[in-house]
Design a protein around this ligand. Structure first.
Ligand code: ADP
Ligand code: MG
Length: 699
C-alpha cells in the first residue's frame, strides 16, 4: 500500500485530531485506506435540477433552482414557522421551516438565486418542502454541490458531534481525487477483462465520487466482486489445503459386510440418489485424503441407510465407525435401527449417551479402545474426554446444526490418519449457502424420495375451525393411524410452556376421551428417560396421539403417524414447519399437515403458510426461508464468521457468487500456490487478507 493511503485520517483537510478520534472509536477508521473502505450505502443524484412545474409525488429528494419571494413568519410559540416561496419561472413552491428560523431568515434574500434540495410533499392541492437544504447558487455552481452524492452510514454519536454526511463525503471526495491516490491492482488483467471489471483505483474513485450512474454501477460491481472473490478464496484455499495436508484413513475395499448387507438384508431397493451419494462417498474414502462431506436430503429421503453403508465401508477395512446424534431420542432411535442391521451381520454395536450408567460406560469405553466394538451410536457423550477408539475410520454426524464447529472436530482431530467425516442434514441448504458457509465441504444431495411416497397434503385452518380438524384426526385414528399435535415454545420458560401444553391437553381429551384414546405427552420438563418412554409408547402404537412441544422437531421416525397438526403455526419459522411436516408421510399412506393459526396473521406468517401449502420441496422452502429471514439468520452463518460482506449479499448476488467461485476454483486448480509470475499481486493480496484472521472451519 502506498504511503498516502497509510496516512492517518487526522491529517486530511477537515478532520483534525478530535474528529479523527471519533472516526476511530465509532467506525474503526484510522487511515485514509480505512476511510475509503467505508462505502456509501446509496447515492443521491444531485446533478439534475427539476423545473417546479414538473414536481410530483416522489419518495426521493429533488433539486430546484430559483429566486425566493415573500419571506414571512407566521404563528407563535410552538406553531411558529418561517415560510418562503421559490419561483423558477415555471411555477412556485412553498418552503417551510419550524426550526432554526432566525438563522434561516438571515440566510435567505430575494436577490440571489438559490439551489434547494429536499423531499416535496403534497400540501393543500400543491407541493411544499419542509426544512429544505438551501445554498446560494453561486456557491452551488461549484462542483461540490452539483454532483452525485454518496450517502454513508453514521452512528448516533457521530451525528451528535457534528460529523455528518456532508463532512464525510467531503473527506472521501478529497482523498479519492488527490493526485497521490492510487490503489494497487491485484487481479490479473485477464480476469479483469473476462469479467468486465474496472480497475481498483477507479472503483474506489467512482464509488465515493461518481460522475454518472454508470460509474456507480461499475464501481459497486467491482467491489462486490472483490468481496465474494475473497470469500471464495478463503473457503476454497482452505479446502485445497485440507486436501493436500490432512491424511485420511484409506478404506481400500468394499468387503463382505457391505456386500452381504446389500444383497441379503436390504428390505428395499436404494433410490438412484442414494446410490449416487454412496458412490461419491466411496470415491472419497479410498484416496488417503480425509473426506469432509455433507449429505443433504429432505426429511424422509433415507439418509440413515446411506450412513449405515458408509459405516460398513470402514468396518470392512478393519476400522470402527461412530454416529453422533444431537439428542438422546435420536441416538436411541438410530441405535435401534442400526442394532438390528448389525445383528444381521454379527457386528458389535452399542449406544453411549449421557444417561448411560457409569459401570456400563466403563465397559463400553474398554470395548471401544480394545477394538471389540465395531460401531457406536451416541450423543455428545461420544466427544467427552475419555472416549478413545482403537481405530476410528468413519464419523457420521446427524443433523449437524445442533453441533458446534469445535465440538465436531473433537470427534476426529486426535487421530492420524484422520477418520472420514460425513455430516448429514435434513435442512436443505440453498446453493448459495452451500457455496459459502458450507463451501469447504463437498456436498451430496439425496434429491429423490423413496418410491411410492405421496406428497403430504397441507392446509391452513383457523383455530375457530378446530372441531372440524379434530373430527378429521379422529377419522384417521379410527382407521388405525396416529396423529401428532405440536405446540410452539412460547415462553422461554419450561414451566409456562408446560402450563400451555396442559391446558391444550384438557381441550384435546374432550375430543379424544380416555380410555378409548391414549395420548402421549412430551415436553421440555420431562426427564430424558420419560421422554423416551413416551416416544416408545407412541412408536409401538400404544398411544394414538402425540402431543408435544418442539422436541419432535428433528428426526423421529414413526411411519404409521400420518397427521401432523401444528398449533399456532404462525409462530414457527418456515424451515421448522417443513421439518415438522417431515415427521409424517413416511409410508405409502396419504399424510396430512394441518397448520392452525389465530385470525391475525402478519405478512411474513402469511407467506410462510402459503409456501407450505404450495410446495413440499425442501430446497424451494429453504431458499424462500432465506429470503424471508436474510442469510444472517440461517444457522451456522453467524458462527462461521466468514460472511464478512459489506456491499454484497449472497442471496441477491447469487450470480456473482457463482462467477467468483468459478474464477477462484480455476485459479487454485491451475496454480494452487499462486506461483506464476502473473499471480504475484494476487498472492500478496491473499496473504494480506488471510493474515491475522482466524478462520477455522466446521467439522
Ligand atoms: P431421513 O433422511 O429423514 O433420516 P430415514 O433414513 O429415517 O430418513 O428414512 C425414512 C424411511 O424411509 C425409513 O423408514 C427408511 O427405512 C425408509 N427408506 C429409506 N430408503 C428407502 C428406499 N430406498 N426405499 C424405501 N424406503 C426407504
Ligand atoms: Mg434421519
Amino acid at each position: 500500500m502506498n504511503d498516502f493511503l497509510n496516512t492517518s485520517i487526522e491529517f486530511i483537510k477537515g478532520v483534525g485530531p478530535k474528529r479523527a478520534e471519533l472516526l476511530q472509536t465509532e467506525l474503526g477508521i484510522f487511515t485514509l485506506w480505512d476511510m475509503v473502505n467505508h462505502f456509501p450505502f446509496r447515492h443521491e443524484d444531485r446533478t439534475t435540477i427539476l423545473p417546479i412545474s414538473s414536481v410530483q409525488n416522489t419518495e426521493h429528494s429533488i433539486q430546484l433552482r430559483g429566486k425566493i419571494e415573500r419571506i414571512t413568519k407566521e404563528g407563535t410559540g410552538r406553531g411558529k414557522r418561517l415560510k418562503a416561496y421559490l419561483n423558477d419561472g415555471t411555477g412556485k413552491l412553498e418552503l417551510v421551516w419550524f426550526k432554526g428560523i432566525d438563522w434561516m431568515e438571515k440566510k435567505l434574500n430575494t436577490t440571489d438565486q438559490f439551489l434547494i434540495h429536499g423531499k416535496p410533499q403534497a400540501f393543500k392541492g400543491s407541493f411544499n418542502i419542509v426544512h429544505p437544504e438551501v445554498v446560494v447558487w453561486d456557491d452551488a455552481s461549484n462542483h461540490t454541490q452539483m454532483r452525485i452524492k454518496p450517502i454513508y452510514s453514521l452512528t448516533e454519536m457521530l451525528k451528535k458531534r457534528g460529523l455528518d454526511n456532508k463532512i464525510l463525503s467531503q473527506v472521501t471526495y478529497s482523498i479519492v481525487n488527490d493526485s497521490r491516490f492510487s490503489v494497487q491492482e491485484f487481479l490479473p488483467a485477464s480476469i479483469l477483462k473476462e469479467n468486465g471489471l474496472i480497475n481498483l483505483s477507479n472503483a474506489y474513485k467512482h464509488i465515493h465520487s461518481p460522475k454518472s450512474g454508470d460509474d456507480i454501477d461499475h464501481a459497486i460491481h467491482r467491489i462486490k466482486f472483490n468481496e465474494l472473490f475473497n470469500l471464495q478464496y478463503k473457503i476454497l484455499s482452505r479446502k485445497t489445503e485440507v486436501k493436500m495436508k490432512v491424511k485420511g484413513v484409506v478404506l481400500a475395499q468394499i468387503g463382505t459386510y457391505f456386500n452381504s448387507f446389500y444383497t441379503n438384508h436390504l428390505a428395499f431397493d436404494l433410490t438412484n440418489a442414494q446410490k449416487r451419494v454412496l458412490k461419491e462417498i466411496r470415491g472419497d474414502v479410498k484416496r488417503g485424503i480425509q473426506m469432509n462431506r455433507l449429505v443433504q436430503g429432505d426429511v424422509g429421503s433415507g439418509k440413515t441407510i446411506v450412513a449405515w453403508f458408509a459405516m460398513l465401508m470402514a468396518i470392512d477395512n478393519g476400522f470402527q465407525a461412530c454416529l453422533m446424534a444431537p439428542t438422546e431420542i435420536l441416538a436411541q432411535q438410530h441405535y435401534e435401527s442400526l442394532l438390528e442391521y448389525g445383528e444381521m451381520l454379527n457386528l458389535n454395536i452399542t449406544l453411549l449417551t449421557g444417561s448411560t450408567k457409569s459401570k456400563a460406560k466403563k465397559e463400553v469405553l474398554e470395548q471401544l479402545s480394545s477394538g471389540k466394538l465395531n460401531a457406536i451410536i451416541g450423543t455428545h457423550a461420544l466427544i467427552e474426554d475419555p472416549v478413545k477408539f482403537q481405530n476410528l475410520g468413519m464419523c457420521i454426524i446427524d443433523e449437524q446444526h445442533r453441533f458446534g464447529v469445535a465440538q465436531r472436530a473433537k470427534l476426529w482431530t486426535q487421530y492420524n490418519p484422520a477418520p472420514h467425516v460425513l455430516v448429514m442434514t435434513a435442512t436443505p441448504i440453498p446453493r448459495t449457502l452451500a457455496m459459502t458457509v458450507y463451501g469447504d465441504l463437498d456436498v451430496s444431495a439425496i434429491d429423490e424420495m423413496p418410491p411410492g411416497r405421496l406428497p403430504v397434503r397441507t392446509v391452513h385452518k383457523y383455530k375457530s375451525q378446530f372441531t372440524e380438524v379434530a373430527l378429521f384426526a379422529e377419522q384417521q385414528v379410527k382407521a388405525g393411524k396416529q396423529v401428532y399435535i405440536v405446540y410452539p415454545l412460547i415462553h422461554e420458560s419450561d414451566k409456562l410452556d408446560y402450563q400451555d401444553l396442559m391446558s391444550a391437553y384438557d381441550n384435546i381429551i374432550r375430543y379424544f376421551p380416555l380410555p378409548e384414546y391414549q395420548i402421549s405427552l412430551v415436553h421440555g420438563k420431562l426427564k430424558a428417560a420419560d421422554k423416551e418412554a413416551e416416544m416408545k409408547r407412541f412408536k409401538e402404537g400404544k398411544t394414538q396421539i402425540m402431543m408435544a412441544t418442539t422436541v419432535i422437531e428433528v428426526g423421529v421416525n414413526v411411519p404409521n403417524a400420518n397427521v401432523m397438526i401444528i398449533e399456532n403455526s404462525e409462530r414457527f419459522g418456515l424451515s421448522q414447519l417443513h421439518q415438522l411436516r417431515g415427521r409424517v408421510g413416511r409410508s405409502a399412506a396419504q399424510a396430512y399437515c394441518i397448520m392452525l393459526s389465530g385470525s391475525k396473521l402478519s405478512n411474513t406468517a402469511k407467506q410462510r403458510i402459503r409456501a407450505m401449502e404450495s410446495t413440499t420441496d425442501g430446497f424451494e422452502i429453504a431458499a424462500l426461508d432465506m429470503k424471508l429471514r436474510g442469510p444472517g439468520e440461517i444457522d451456522g452463518t453467524k458462527q462461521s464468521g466468514i460472511m464478512d460482506l459489506n456491499l454484497s449479499d449472497i442471496v441477491k448476488d447469487e450470480e456473482l457468487l457463482y462467477i467468483t467461485r468459478k474464477v477462484v476454483s480455476d485459479l487454485l486448480e491451475n496454480d494452487p500456490n499462486l506461483e506464476l509470475s502473473g499471480h504475484r499481486g494476487l498472492k500478496e493480496h491473499f496473504q494480506k487478507i488471510m493474515r491475522g484472521k482466524v478462520w477455522r472451519r466446521i467439522s
